[in-house]
Design a protein around this ligand. Structure first.
Ligand code: FAD
Length: 527
């Protein structure tokens, strides 16, 4: 910490902006002038969303230089990697959220953006007593950060929206927790037939990506560790089915780790006083064609009865993103989109929206960078982009790029400033937004690896230690990856998730939740 303070002080003393003022004013003190200068030019940044990208941007943007307003229907940040745990009671909902309050916050959804008038149209709900009404209003911006994320996509399959659960928000996790407990409670009712019990206790997870697999692992833990305290007689009847349209699970992981995950998930469960049982099966190459209140139908003609179903099969663009693409120069936008990222807002390597005149920035799941390898829709990408953009606009540049003596402790690449032509803050920002690419280094994603929890105190970690050769999007690109699994992977998984919490409060709460669950088990109260 003392080193960090010294670094910060040193970097502010050698800020090139000070140099310029000293040259022009012949060595007179410049602090007051500089502050006045900046004050006059204070711009208004409107941030849409309170997710990973926005939260990271807000941590890094200098609020002395900008007026920042956040618009989002959600007044808190959610640590999404722990939503699966929250949906079975491994951690409390409150422990993985953090309110957004240090800047001006408007609880509303953006409905459209007028890029000519630089205004965001919003809708909110205002209530007095039991009467609620919809309120519509506009918010003007000098610069806009479009970070609204993505939505769960149903691929137009009938019944998915009506009958399955999603796992994206805290509200979804609460609903899932209640649905699981309700299935067990219904199966415990008198006069239930065998067929009814089997149906109630069949949990179907559609999508075998990291979200689907982690949810399955948490559900299995709940059944193994706490099931016998509440529903001992029912346990051997429980069936968990992971359904996947492709031929593999956990696509981003190497084969060895996929197999490890499969063997953990399909393990036989032994609980004293309960016959051994193996509740989980993975069904590959199964495409869902329709969902009804009782059945999931597949394209091959099969069907599966279920008590609760989770849809974790992919994400797609929000209508607001699609309409902004059309509002901007649609053709330019479409040309910028890679084959993998249809429907996402095209940005340049400095995160400026293509066709947005340098006024609009975008990051995270709603955007894709043109002319660069496709970046996955992950929290890791969104938060690195948020940090990059926050620092970029806050003018936190590296002074000496050649030696990479960045003034920041961040892992992100340094931002380049043209030292021969020092400019005022506003000039620099203007030239940056006009496309003067010399001013700042483009965003570069630093791949820190991927993690997945696989249940019963084991997890997978895959860390890239050396890049492959050639094109990272091609099949032949073969980087060197370190694979960690089992208890070691679990230790790493827990440590990283604690380290990544947004505040010390969340670190304490999550740790206490883990201890609580170890000592007293999960809470199954229906809320
Ligand atoms: P989000 O975090 O989705 O935030 C979008 C924000 O925009 C939200 O606040 C939303 O309320 C707001 N918004 C939406 N519509 C509007 C509107 N009209 N107007 C204003 N605001 C709006 N990634 C990893 O790297 N590692 C993991 O382990 C991992 N696990 C995950 C587990 C789950 C269950 C889920 C759902 C995701 C997981 N991800 C993980 C992915 C990661 O959460 C996303 O990639 C990340 O949230 C993207 O960040 P974002 O800022 O783009 O969008």
């Amino acid at each position: 910490y003392p080193l960090f303070v010294v670094e910060k002080l040193a970097s502010s003393l050698i800020d090139p902006f000070f140099f310029r003022m000293e040259d022009e004013e012949g060595g007179t003190t410049t602090t007051t002038m500089m502050e006045e200068d900046r004050e006059k030019r204070r711009e208004n940044i409107v941030v849409l969303g309170t997710g990973w990208g926005a939260a990271s941007f807000l941590k890094n943007i200098d609020t002395n230089k900008y007026d920042v307003t956040v618009i989002s229907p959600r007044n808190h940040f959610v640590f999404t990697p722990m939503l699966a745990g929250a949906s079975v009671g491994t951690v409390d909902f409150k422990s993985i959220t953090e309110p957004i309050r240090e800047v001006r916050y408007v609880e509303a959804s953006a409905t459209s953006i007028d890029t000519t008038a630089r205004a965001v149209s919003c809708v909110s709900v205002s209530c007095e007593g039991n009467t609620c009404e919809t309120v519509e209003f506009d918010v003007n911006y000098d610069r806009l950060l479009f970070s609204v994320g993505a939505r769960t996509t149903t691929f137009g399959i009938p019944g998915v929206e009506e009958y399955t659960n999603y796992l994206k928000q805290v509200g979804d996790a609460m609903q899932i927790k209640n649905a699981i407990v309700n299935c067990f409670e219904s199966a415990s009712l008198p006069k239930m037939t065998d067929a009814d019990i089997s149906r109630e206790l069949t949990f179907v997870i559609i999508g075998a990506g990291p979200t689907g697999i982690e949810f399955a692992a948490e559900l299995l833990d709940f059944i193994e560790e706490d099931g016998s305290r509440y529903y001992k007689d029912l346990l051997p009847r429980v069936r968990i089915r992971i359904v996947e349209a492709s031929s593999t699970i956990l696509r981003p992981f190497e084969d060895g780790l996929k197999n490890e995950a499969l063997s953990r998930l399909t393990r036989t469960i032994e609980i004293p006083g309960v016959p051994k049982f193996r509740p989980l099966e993975v069904l590959l190459n199964k495409q869902v064609s329709e969902v009804s209140a009782k059945y999931i139908y597949f394209k091959d003609g099969d069907r599966l009865e279920y008590g609760m179903a989770l849809w974790a099969a992919g994400i797609g663009p929000l209508p607001l993103t699609t309409s902004l693409i059309e509002e901007l120069d649609g053709t330019m936008q479409r040309n910028a989109q890679t084959e993998f990222a249809r429907g996402r807002l095209g940005v340049d390597p400095w995160l400026r929206v293509i066709g947005g005149g340098g006024r609009i920035f975008s990051l995270g799941d709603c955007s894709c960078m043109s002319n660069t390898p496709f970046l996955p829709a992950t929290a890791q990408v969104a938060s690195q982009q948020g940090e990059y953009l926050g620092r970029l606009l806050s003018n936190e540049y590296s002074i000496d790029v050649a030696t990479k003596s960045s003034s920041s402790t961040s892992l992100l690449p340094p931002m380049v400033i043209d030292r021969d032509q020092p400019r005022s803050f506003s000039e620099r920002i203007a030239s940056f937004t006009m496309g003067d690419d010399e001013v700042a280094a483009p965003f570069q994603f630093l791949d820190l690896g991927i993690l997945a929890y696989t249940g019963s105190g084991s997890a997978l970690a895959q860390v890239q230690v050396a890049p492959g050769r050639g094109d990272p999007t091609s099949e032949t690109w073969n980087p060197v990856r370190l694979q960690i699994k089992g208890k070691l992977g679990f230790g790493l998984w827990r440590s990283i998730y604690l380290w990544k919490q947004t505040s010390p409060k969340n670190v304490v709460l999550v740790t206490l939740d883990w201890i609580k669950v170890k000592l007293f088990g999960r809470d199954i109260s229906i809320l």
